[in-house]
Design a protein around this ligand. Structure first.
Ligand code: MLC
Ligand code: AMP
Length: 512
């Protein structure tokens, strides 16, 4: 395919976040961008070239600024280029977890109404019927759909308030909602993070996170792009493979499961970390024991930060000065955080309450869902996070619980309601309660406690069969327990706290 004309929408960049990356890349054109197994795949000059051609391809096939592009793709250099090309072309990027099943995808497509769906061959996205254009994304740059495009386009003008991406996050009702993030949200957050974490000109990022969530996409990838840093690119997290690259890296980011898996590797030593200057953890609580063991084994204090899809990064432990185990640090510069008690009053020092926040990082709302957007904001514009937090005298925040019914397993969010709805539809089930209990690898493990309907026959295999077809693997219960009835309080409400206590040793004991 040859695209000969430049799009009329393409004018010099303004607040397009890609303009920041373009400026850094232009100043370091010869620097490696993605390196895999010690082999440079692309340098920053090639990043500019490829994204320009991929953006021209998007325009040529009819994707105009503001159009949505849904992507369910394996992590690959081509997938990174496609993401950057969407930013560059002014399209709204919508990444989907590669674990999502066909039935889960149908909802996203009907809600997002994308102009284009791109999916890796073999993933459910490649088999979903959808009336927009549909292309399979090749895993290599050489076979990407824009391979024959010769033209490139300049960065499309976007204002800070224009949408750059929509990230779907599940809800307590069991229905996903799309968080609309703007170019301004993405730019402001990466600039703040680069400064807070003292990003250096000679940094090398080891990237092993998925790129369909905020952590891998907007935190890890963006920090490297802002400084044109080389990225040691891992298509998935494999502890042994990651360790092999440690000597060449200076920065590593992961969910707590990454750190517990690294610590389980006998080959993980202080000597391997000699060049490393920063380990960042987030997306789920880091156990004090993991923090302490890491200090002992690696000689490094992991820097824990706190964020969420709707607001990107909100707080961070300090780069200089002590990093406090169990705390996520003070709010990042420019972000206003308050903790509010049940009666709507500001919490005193040490008193728990719901964390609310406001700032240039905060999303504009849920896609086509003004009711939910209004429900999750206060009258004065603060976002109600649903996390319970405390603050100490020094302003350091601890996340001590959740007001929302949410399980975080290996850094992925599982909304019990969605799993319960799937299980409740199985013949022979009266009702179910899905809970998270301590898990040695995933932090929390999903457990389904299922009440059999009176007189019905029901086996664990029936539950496994239904969830396997309908739910992504990470959402499926790691254990299902069939009972005659669920515990209820006097008001008739299912007592999840009682169930969590009853089954708290389910995985810990098994793995001991
Ligand atoms: C995989 N499985 C999981 C799982 N990941 N089950 C529960 N929780 C998870 N997180 C399933 C697999 O499908 C498989 O199922 C079985 O568990 C064993 O798989 P595995 O080989 O051990 O898993 P692996 O592929 O190694 O993946 C584990 C992982 C991965 C930890 C590397 O989950 C991961 O990369 N997590 C990072 C999540 C993340 O990026 N979160 C950021 C969200 S952004 P089966 O059935 O096949 O046996 C956010 C904002 C912020 O929260 O603050 O950052
Ligand atoms: P997500 O919707 O995937 O962006 O997940 C956001 C949620 O992850 C937050 O609301 C928190 O509950 C949780 N989270 C993120 N970082 C941390 C952290 N460092 N400690 C505890 N919980 C965290």
């Amino acid at each position: 395919m040859v695209v000969s004309s430049e799009s009329s929408d393409a004018t010099p960049a303004s607040d397009n976040v890609f303009a920041l990356f373009e400026a850094a890349a232009s100043a370091h054109r010869d620097r490696p961008f993605l390196i895999s197994n010690g082999k440079p795949l692309l340098d920053y000059a090639a990043m500019l070239e490829e994204t320009g051609r991929a953006a021209a391809w998007l325009h040529a096939i009819g994707v105009t600024p503001g159009d949505r592009v849904v992507v369910q793709a394996h992590k690959s250099p081509a997938a990174v280029i496609l993401y950057l090309a969407c930013l560059r072309a002014g399209a709204v990027f919508i990444p989907l977890n590669t674990a999502y099943q066909r039935s889960e995808l149908s909802y996203f497509l009907s809600d997002a109404e994308p102009r284009l769906l791109v999916a890796s061959a073999g993933l459910p996205g490649a088999a979903v019927a959808f009336e927009g254009a549909r292309i399979e994304l090749a895993e290599t740059i050489e076979a990407a759909p824009w391979v024959d495009v010769t033209a490139t386009i300049p960065v499309v003008q976007r204002s800070a308030a224009d949408a750059a991406a929509i990230l779907y996050t599940s809800g307590t009702t069991g229905r996903s909602k799309g968080a609309v993030l703007t170019h301004g949200n993405l730019s402001s957050n990466v600039i703040v993070l680069g400064q807070a974490w003292r990003w250096r000109d000679d940094d090398v990022l080891l990237h092993a996170l998925p790129i369909f969530h905020a952590h891998g996409l907007f935190v890890a990838l963006h920090c490297a792009l802002l400084y044109a840093s080389p990225i040691l690119f891992h298509e998935r997290f494999d502890a042994a493979a990651v360790l092999r690259d440690f000597r060449s890296a200076t920065v590593f980011m992961g969910v707590p499961t990454f750190y517990t898996r690294l610590l389980a590797e006998p080959a993980f030593t202080r000597e391997l970390c000699a060049r490393m200057r920063l380990f960042v953890s987030g997306s789920a609580p880091l156990l004090d024991a993991t923090f302490a063991e890491f200090v002992e084994r690696a000689g490094h204090s992991i820097l824990e930060r706190y964020g969420m899809t709707e607001a990107l990064m909100i707080t961070s432990n300090p780069y200089d000065g002590p990093r406090v185990a169990g705390s996520v640090g003070p709010p990042l510069p420019g972000i206003s955080v308050r903790i509010v008690t049940e009666d709507g009053k500001p919490a005193a020092v040490g008193q728990p309450g719901v964390l609310e926040l406001k700032g240039p990082n905060l999303f504009t709302g849920y896609w086509r869902n003004p009711e939910k957007t209004a429900q999750d904001h206060t009258a004065d514009g603060y976002f109600i996070s649903g996390d319970i937090a405390t603050r100490d005298e020094a302003g350091f925040i601890r996340i001590v619980g959740r007001a929302k019914d949410l399980i975080i397993s290996g850094g992925y969010n599982v909304y019990p309601k969605e799993v319960e709805m799937t299980i409740d539809a199985i013949e022979g089930v009266a009702e179910s309660a899905v809970i998270g209990v301590p898990h040695p690898d995933f932090g929390e493990g999903v457990v389904a406690v299922v009440a059999r309907a009176a007189g019905a026959t029901l086996a664990v295999d029936d539950i496994t069969a239904a969830v396997t077809v309908q739910l992504a693997a990470f959402k499926r219960p790691k254990a299902s327990i069939i009972v005659d009835e669920l515990p209820r309080n006097a008001m008739g409400k299912v007592q999840k706290a009682e169930l969590r206590d009853k089954y708290k040793d389910l995985f810990i004991r098994r793995s001991a």
